[in-house]
Design a protein. Sequence first.
Length: 115
Amino acid sequence: MEFATNKPIYRQIIDYCYAQVLTGAWQPGSRVPSVRELAVQMAVNTHTILKAYETLQADAVIEPRRGMGFFLCGDAREKVNEARRREFFASTIPMLRQEMELLGITPGDLLNHLT
């Protein structure tokens, strides 16, 4: 995986995990890759994956099962969707608004291109 420089790697791994949930690649109740498996797949340190998994666990997206690994929570898709929507409104929209102002794009111009 290619990592951007403007965002911490563990946050980019969380985004990857979110994408796996939203696309259905990871199904509710299923085992997710182990810390070691994902570290190898992404060519990063296991501590980086662990930090991402700790965040996902704190957000109740994944849960550990003793001796079995991490599993996707039943309502993970809803939690991920909610988190992504919060991020969209908190980060993406303000950046879009700023870019629109710089380029002289009106909300009407934007709507015309969205429909």
